[in-house]
Design a protein around this ligand. Structure first.
Ligand SMILES: NC(=O)c1ccc[n+]([C@@H]2O[C@H](COP(=O)([O-])OP(=O)(O)OC[C@H]3O[C@@H](n4cnc5c(N)ncnc54)[C@H](O)[C@@H]3O)[C@@H](O)[C@H]2O)c1
Length: 450
């Protein structure tokens, strides 16, 4: 049988149209593939079919709309049409309970339903993040429930997704895809598919488990590196130097195959991946009798940053001679990450809660966050504009920096805020020149590690 990725008209289904699935489905359709997207969430499916986007990602709404308008991208809730595809990609959510126990309902649901529609010759590629061993122990047996054998009747590959929200669409077309298969032949099929479908490099791994660990190692490294940056920030504050200057100079030194690459400190780590993937590592390690302390330490440091940021804001308010219960704090940027509207596990929520607990009036603004999501997460509505949020504020706390904020006029905001207003940079965003112009306008300034 000639395997489909060798044909020009290869077709794909994408199961799970959340962040990863919708970005991937839209990109594959844009690259010329016929794509069927399936999700159990009817509202989400209707939204995409109607020209909208279920998530805020720069460029995604247009790409999805182009895909549906061209007819190359169709979406639905019924798995039956996955049988028409050469390749079926699974991108459902893999949250964890507590400290790293996989909440496998979505994976189970997707694999069981898919097993009813698989046909010989198809290649199933799982993108969802999984603890090592899950592909072999859980996914393969579930897919085989329909009677077809993985590795013989159908192909099975694990190719973890490593994109970052905010830059997802560009990364899908540039990041090398890590590839593994239940057999070497399935891994090769998956490699051919990604090279053809996305035009990217592939990184072959010798086993499914290796690729499962690679994905976790990526996020373990990021979480750990951010924890280092956060402690470096606290250290720089204590000894009176600017962490951005320190990191800039530190990162000029070569090490290994590249340079030292200390990331930036900030208000904390959120989103659906960095907060759970290190715990998947920790839990799997424990099941093997290993206690991985770097995971718990990094998680603890990063989880402590919202409280640290709230204290820093309250300290600056006290310096201006105000009690917290007399203060008004405008938070600009609520998402867990710059340039996204995602408030899942956002570290800004505990900052808002801590300020409110201290008695401060907190006003929220984020141009990318869906107002209904904001209401659910923060139990309060959004100001209509940054200018409205800033009225009478004693503190402008920038806790996520979006491209839209580049148009903010701090000279204009200065006329709206209170006399002794402090700008708090919770994302280590402002270069020294901006800090100087802010202080020139009469703002006080504070940043993490600055
Ligand atoms: N969000 C990211 O930045 C990111 C990056 C890399 C990897 N990942 C990983 O990719 C996976 C997906 O993440 P996400 O952020 O897109 O999740 P998500 O929660 O945004 O989307 C998951 C989607 O799957 C759907 N779904 C659940 N059960 C289903 C079923 N049985 N059949 C069909 N659809 C079903 C849900 O309705 C939802 O729309 C996770 O394993 C995550 O860890 C996420």
């Amino acid at each position: 049988m000639s395997f489909p990725p060798d044909r020009e008209d290869v077709t794909a289904s994408v199961i799970g149209l959340g962040y990863v699935g919708s970005c991937l489905a839209a990109t594959l359709a844009d690259r010329g593939l016929r794509v069927f997207g399936v999700d159990v969430n009817e509202l989400l499916v209707e939204e995409i079919a109607g020209g909208g986007s279920p998530v805020q990602e720069p460029g995604l709404t247009d790409l999805l709309a182009q895909g549906t308008a061209s007819g190359r991208l169709t979406v639905g809730t019924d798995y039956a049409r996955t049988a028409e595809s050469d390749v079926v990609i699974v991108a459902v959510g893999t949250p964890v309970h507590g400290r790293g126990e996989l909440a496998d309902t979505q994976v189970r649901g997707a694999c069981e339903e898919l097993s009813r529609h698989l046909r010989p010759g198809q290649l199933v590629i799982v993108k969802s993040t999984l603890p090592p061993g899950t592909m072999r122990r859980l996914v393969a047996p579930l897919l085989e429930k329909g009677g077809l054998r993985c590795g013989t009747d159908i192909g099975l590959a694990f190719c973890p997704e490593r994109l970052s929200q905010g830059t997802a669409l560009a990364e899908l077309r540039s990041l090398p895809v890590v590839v593994s298969g239940i057999t070497p032949r399935d891994a090769e099929r998956a490699e051919r598919f990604w090279r053809r479908a996305l035009g990217v490099e592939t990184i072959p791994c010798s086993s499914l488990e290796t690729a499962e660990v690679v994905k976790l190692a990526n996020n373990w490294w990021i979480d750990h590196n951010i924890a280092l940056a956060n402690e470096l920030g606290k250290f720089c504050s204590a000894v009176g130097v600017d962490v951005m200057e320190v990191i800039g100079a530190t990162n000029s030194a070569p090490k290994g195959g590249g340079n030292i690459n200390v990331l930036l400190p900030g208000v904390g780590v959120g989103g659906s991946c960095l907060t759970k993937d290190p715990w998947m590592v920790w839990r799997t390690a424990r099941e093997h009798g290993l206690d991985l302390r770097s995971v718990t330490t990094a998680r603890e440091i990063n989880d402590g940053m919202p409280g640290y940021t709230a204290r820093l804001i309250l300290e600056e308010i006290a310096k201006a001679g105000k009690r917290p219960d007399q203060a008004r704090v405008a938070i600009l940027g609520l998402a867990f990450k710059n340039d996204t509207g995602d408030v899942r596990s956002t570290p800004t929520a505990p900052v808002v809660a801590a300020l409110a607990d201290a008695g401060a009036e907190v006003v929220l603004y984020d141009p990318l966050v869906d107002p209904a999501e904001a209401e659910k997460t923060f139990r309060t509505g959004l100001a209509p504009t940054a200018e409205a949020a800033a009225e009478g504020a004693d503190c402008l706390a920038i806790l996520a920096w979006h491209r839209e904020f580049a148009d903010l006029s701090f000279a204009d905001l200065r006329t709206r805020v209170s006399d002794r207003c402090v700008v708090v940079d919770g994302r280590a965003h402002f270069p020294r020149s901006t800090v100087e112009s802010l202080t020139g306008l009469g703002f006080a300034f504070r940043g993490i590690g600055r």
